[in-house]
Design a binder for this molecule. Sequence first.
Ligand SMILES: Cc1cc2nc3c(=O)[nH]c(=O)nc-3n(C[C@H](O)[C@H](O)[C@H](O)COP(=O)(O)OP(=O)(O)OC[C@H]3O[C@@H](n4cnc5c(N)ncnc54)[C@H](O)[C@@H]3O)c2cc1C
Length: 398
Amino acid sequence: MKIAIVGAGIGGLSAAVGLQKAGAQVTVFERAAEVRAGGSGLSVFANGLRALQSLGLGPQFAAITDKKAESFAAGQRRPDGRWIARLPTDSVGELRIVDRADLHRILLDALDEGTVRTNAFVTSASIAGTVTVGPGPQENFDLVIGADGLNSQVRETIKSGIGPRYSGYSSWRGITERPVDLDGAAGETVGRGLRFGIAPLKDERVYWFAVANMPQHASFADEKAAVRDLFSSWHAPIAELIATTPSDRIRRTAISDLAAPLPTYHRGRVVLLGDAAHAMTPNLGQGGGQALEDAATLTALLAPVIADSSGPVSPADSVSSAGTSTSAGGVDVQLRRYDRLRKRRSQSIAAKSRILGAVFQMQSPFLSGIRDAIFSAAPAKVTAAQAASVQKWHPPSA
Ligand SMILES: Cc1cc2nc3c(=O)[nH]c(=O)nc-3n(C[C@H](O)[C@H](O)[C@H](O)COP(=O)(O)OP(=O)(O)OC[C@H]3O[C@@H](n4cnc5c(N)ncnc54)[C@H](O)[C@@H]3O)c2cc1C
């Protein structure tokens, strides 16, 4: 079975690993000159961990992370450092914080050489399973996976007319260049229209993010100075985290999600995963986790079809319109199952994430005061149960 994957992000690479291990002939098309993850961290919760394990990447992921974040005090703090709400230490489940560059490396290392084609900008894909790179010519596949992110080109084959929508806030991210002592506390600090997040990496360096309300196309002469000025009066070690991050490693992203849920994640021989299917705001730290779940689900569902298609071609098998031989019925059935399984869960998490973002980014002193009071009054058990419900996930059986 010949599979094209458009995009070498977390979603595309993890799907490539799973499907290649299942026996498919996989090509990943990446528009960039090299596969790079950008200098920031990623929170991976129990669901993402399970997806990585089902893709056979458990040991590799364990080697680049540790369990430190599980034991840190977490929850929400006020800008002066007082806790608004503290989560019980066991409530974040199996949280791991990873340097994205390390995650990308283990994904790439798990692929056969030559699987990823860089400088390969996919200009169009069709529901018959064709892919055009640059000016062409077309190449034929049994399946095209659109893993090309928020501004997905492949999404156009679904013809939903749905695209990105700016959230009203943007986020700076960075990783300190040396270890910083966090005094055993991580999590988020929330102010009025401002938020700062702290997450410890395995080697004692710290991944941080800072969120601020602003127009989508705001510009700053000096990004580091901008974030430093906004958070200069906030509790320690926020100023130190910013100061110990090189200017050229601080990146700002305008936060967007999809303007509406897609009616379907597949059409013909095209299927979407990751941000292409359900770009969400990062307030629950679940965009990457959902991309991993997509990849693990697609792998689990397609593995038997791939196994069938690599055996002798039976009369029941058909020759797809793309001109390659595979069990067309099997693929279609499993893509419909994928759509059913993934749409509901990923779209409900995207909706929750958006609401949480609106609450966290409240600017009015009155409303943010009410928010803090509610967070502080909410029983820790309730907050923990909500977090656990998002993280509860297992790969499907084929
Ligand atoms: C500030 C911020 C913090 C976040 N924090 C977390 C977190 O803690 N935990 C978490 O789980 N998630 C987090 N996320 C979300 C997570 O980063 C994304 O959901 C995830 O990276 C999506 O992966 P993807 O593979 O679907 O898409 P992408 O990572 O966007 O990859 C798409 C790839 O496709 C390529 N591409 C695009 N178009 C084409 C084309 N036409 N032809 C060829 N290649 C193409 C791109 O170059 C890119 O490499 C965060 C997001 C942001 C913005």
